[in-house]
Ligand binder design. Structure first.
Ligand SMILES: N[C@@H](CCC(=O)N[C@@H](CS)C(=O)NCC(=O)O)C(=O)O
Length: 231
């Protein structure tokens, strides 16, 4: 039995769900109320208070990167990690770039720019009881702004953030060239990781506009990843 403990709208949880689907793995999902992630039962499931966590055959794996490596070990086909060492290294670097850099663009654009936050904060609190949701909304708004500011991207103007995201999208366009996938000739952990963050960046009005109006090759590649990993 496999259970994915998750927040539905987290890019890291999306990355894992798509990896599971790509490998044809049967799993169920347990949604964590954000307010309880760092306490009680959930704390024993994720000692860091972060999700996703995958439970499989009595083992619990925390962190999307470790989860994908675990999945590859027990279900090697279809492969998510290139065999060639240089390609494997490229996939690793792209995964880390997506998880550690792109993530803060999605967090800033989707969760702290007021018109986007209006849509997404309620989604983030969808598993909460109504009163908790009401009380938590302003607290969470402030917390997310603080996280984005502390990281640094949250201190930049929206115009500057859009310029930087545009640069990332151009780099992906150039990296793809005429290829179907970011690394090698199969979908890999690099495609899943970058896709998951960009999908969330597109949850921001400005991100969606940037991708669809200016980076058609990225949009077409995202359609390809989506088709290979959706239910
Ligand atoms: N490196 C982790 C990052 C996971 C992560 O940051 N998850 C966020 C949701 S997007 C989380 O659990 N936040 C709750 C918290 O920090 O308390 C991974 O790849 O799984």
């Amino acid at each position: 039995m496999t259970i994915l403990y998750q927040f539905e709208i987290s890019p890291f949880c999306d990355k894992v769900r798509r990896a599971l689907r790509y490998k044809g793995w049967d799993f169920s999902v347990e949604e964590i109320p954000l307010s309880q992630a760092a306490s009680g039962r959930w704390r024993s499931i994720s000692p860091t208070g972060k999700f996703p966590v995958l439970e499989h055959d009595g083992k619990r794996i925390v962190d999307s990167t470790d989860i994908l490596q675990y999945l590859e070990e027990i279900a090697p086909t279809p492969a998510l990690f290139p065999v060639d060492p240089a390609q494997r290294a490229q996939a690793h670097v792209l995964e880390d770039w997506a998880d550690e850099s792109l993530y803060f663009y999605e967090l800033t654009m989707r969760m702290t720019w007021p018109h986007n936050a209006l849509r997404w904060i309620p989604e983030l609190l969808a598993a909460e009881k109504p009163l908790t949701r009401r009380l938590l909304t302003p607290v969470l708004k402030r917390l997310l702004v603080k996280i984005a500011r502390n990281q640094g991207i949250g201190r930049k103007s929206p115009v500057q953030v859009e310029v930087e995201v545009g640069r990332h999208l151009q780099a992906l366009t150039d990296l793809l060239g005429a290829d179907d996938w970011l690394v090698g000739d199969h979908l890999s952990v690099a495609d899943l990781s970058v896709f998951a963050q960009l999908f969330c960046i597109r949850g921001a009005v400005e991100g969606e506009r940037l991708v669809t109006e200016h980076y058609p090759a990225v949009a077409a590649w995202m359609d390809r990843v989506d088709a290979a990993t959706r239910v």
